[in-house]
Design a protein around this ligand. Structure first.
Ligand code: S3P
Length: 465
């Protein structure tokens, strides 16, 4: 039996990952050095139905807005990932009371008592863990508070650029100290003034950060994005009662608006679904059903791309919940052609590109990705990580500054994959491993718990051998 204690470094190989991943999830926030290895065997198909934990992007935003709303909120199907737990932890440090309901206090329904616009000064640094979303979006809220907060993160987050929120928040009147644009951040908030801001980078996190800060600012804040990014910030603000105006790529919010708590259910995470959809895509004849899945048009470009690649997709039972589109997805695997992803598509698919690239050798004509240099500053350098791991599996790959070109019609062999402690790399290569000859070992598999702790267990349940 494996005993986890505060000193231990786990470095062992497992074939039954679920219990170990749950343990890993508890240890991630303690900054232990762990390396859990999961073995993935080749499969013959994918068959079944899976209901996914709540979308990560929406869960973060609901937790933050519920904290600064008036009255209670109840959020069902909150993301099970460590990132969204980091957001809840930060909200607690800011004086927001919340409780998990169901599953003996370990469930995915969160009841939050909103404090209204005034939060409490935190006694300790706000620990954002691995979560760029937490640090960037919450910085917009603490910038509107009359105290100083320190925001810290793990090794990976400490390398991620924060200048993109520091510059506009400073222009609004916040005082922010950083390590040359990197975390930790020390934010002294106060009276903010509205700005008119043209974002240089297409980033939904930055857009949400500024709209949240705009709530605390005097005047009307205007944010213009270079490309249309996911709109969960705008949709969530409206669900909590705020009024926003959108025209083209520009959104405006008036300061001083009060939010009101909601009862909401978070739709299944489409970026987590991407791994199972790509797994199904690898095997003609696979059948997969995903009910209650997020279908927000600013996130659903993946479904168009998979359709263009050859996957047969149908959507039924569409409904709108608090402004978010939700539906049931049914897919059937078929032969995969090839595709080129660039421009606005690269921004719209930014979290799904690693898994699309990982299955690219198994398509007929291959996949090319351009205009995606943001991938280099995610939880890892995802362009380098995808290229290195595909090469380890025997594939030819052309790595470029802003993307990759991966020829189709290639055979993969099993390999020892380095997840680079990045959840999406670990999961993407577990999918590619299903079509390899021989077993693969995913190193750093515990990182899947950042967005989806039950990933390996669910994958095992869905594959046919
Ligand atoms: C997110 C936006 C994207 C995405 C991240 C979640 C969000 O990041 O990669 O996983 O919830 O707004 P960027 O804003 O850096 O593009």
């Amino acid at each position: 039996m494996l005993v986890l204690d505060d000193q231990s470094t786990i470095n062992q190989q497992f074939t039954t990952p679920s219990a170990i991943l749950c343990a890993a999830f508890r240890y991630i926030n303690r900054r232990m050095k762990i390396d859990i290895q999961v073995t993935v065997r080749p499969a013959r198909g994918v068959r079944g139905s899976v209901r996914l934990p709540g979308d990560k992007s929406i869960s973060h935003r609901y937790a933050m807005l519920a904290g600064i709303a008036e009255g209670p909120s109840r959020i069902e199907n909150y993301s099970t990932g460590a990132d969204c737990a980091s957001t809840l932890g930060c909200m607690r440090s800011l004086g927001v009371k919340w409780e998990r309901k169901g599953g003996d206090g370990a469930g995915n329904t969160i009841e939050i008592e909103g404090r209204g616009a005034v939060l409490a000064a935190p006694g300790t640094p706000l620990d954002c863990g691995n979560s760029g979303s937490t640090m960037r979006m919450l910085s917009g809220i603490v910038a509107g508070q009359k105290f100083t907060s320190e925001m810290i993160g793990d090794e990976s987050l400490s390398r991620r650029p924060m200048g993109r929120v520091i510059t506009p928040l400073t222009a609004m009147g916040a005082q922010i100290a950083s390590q040359s644009g990197l975390p930790p951040l020390q934010i002294t908030g106060g009276s903010l003034k509205a700005i008119d801001y043209k974002m240089p980078v297409a980033s939904a996190q930055v857009k949400s950060c500024l709209l949240f800060a705009g709530l605390f600012a005097e005047g009307e804040t205007r944010v213009e994005e270079p490309l249309r990014t996911r709109d969960h910030g705008e949709v969530a603000l409206r669900a909590f009662g705020a009024h926003l105006e959108r025209k083209g790529n520009e959104v405006k919010i008036r300061g001083g608006q009060r939010l009101k708590g909601v009862e909401a259910r978070v739709p299944g995470d489409l970026s987590s679904a991407a791994f199972f959809l790509c797994a199904a895509a690898l095997f003609p004849g696979s059948q997969l059903t995903i009910p209650d899945l997020l279908m927000n048009p600013t996130r659903a470009r993946l479904l168009d791309i998979l359709t263009l690649l050859g996957l047969k997709i149908s959507v039924t039972q569409l409904e709108e919940i608090h402004g978010e589109l939700v539906g049931t997805l049914q897919v059937e695997g078929a032969r995969l052609k090839g595709i080129s992803i660039s421009g606005a598509d690269s921004a719209a698919l930014i979290d799904e590109i690693p898994v699309l690239a990982a299955i690219a050798p198994c398509t007929e004509q291959g996949i090319e990705v351009r205009d995606a240099k943001e991938l280099r500053v995610k939880e890892s350098d995802r362009i380098a990580a995808v290229a290195a791991n595909l090469r380890l599996m025997g594939a030819r790959v052309e790595e470029r500054e802003d993307g990759l070109r991966i020829p189709g019609g290639q055979k993969l062999h099993g390999a020892e994959i380095d997840s680079c402690s990045d959840h999406r790399i670990a999961m993407a290569f577990a999918v590619a491993a299903l079509r390899a000859e021989g077993e693969s070992v995913i190193r750093g598999a515990e990182s899947a718990a950042i967005s989806y702790p039950a990933f390996f267990q669910t994958l095992e349940e869905l594959v046919v051998r």
